[in-house]
Design a binder for this molecule. Sequence first.
Ligand SMILES: Nc1ncnc2c1ncn2[C@@H]1O[C@H](COP(=O)(O)OP(=O)(O)OP(=O)(O)O)[C@@H](O)[C@H]1O
Ligand SMILES: [Mg+2]
Length: 78
Amino acid sequence: MLEIRSLSRHFGDVRAVDDVRLKVDEGELVEIIGRSGAGKSTLLSLINRLVDPTAGRNVTALKGHELRLWCAQSAMIF
Ligand SMILES: Nc1ncnc2c1ncn2[C@@H]1O[C@H](COP(=O)(O)OP(=O)(O)OP(=O)(O)O)[C@@H](O)[C@H]1O
Ligand SMILES: [Mg+2]
């Protein structure tokens, strides 16, 4: 299960991801759709830790083995 609350990533004045809440249950398939620039890639990059959030408690606290485990469990199709 994946749960996100109040996740944000801003690039200067650009609010690429702004206070996002998302819950995906195990086995559930979710599509992230939106216009170009809506923040889809940034959201996925936040989830798989390619990008650090501006705000929001998430897996950024993970280090070492726990972080590697998390990265192995999350994937992104560019
Ligand atoms: N590294 C960055 N530096 C500055 N601005 C960025 C950066 N990455 C994304 N942005 C900006 O954040 C916003 C969201 O971009 P993002 O790439 O997440 O959108 P997208 O929904 O994936 O778009 P597309 O459908 O074109 O792939 C855009 O305004 C983009 O210009
Ligand atoms: Mg994209």
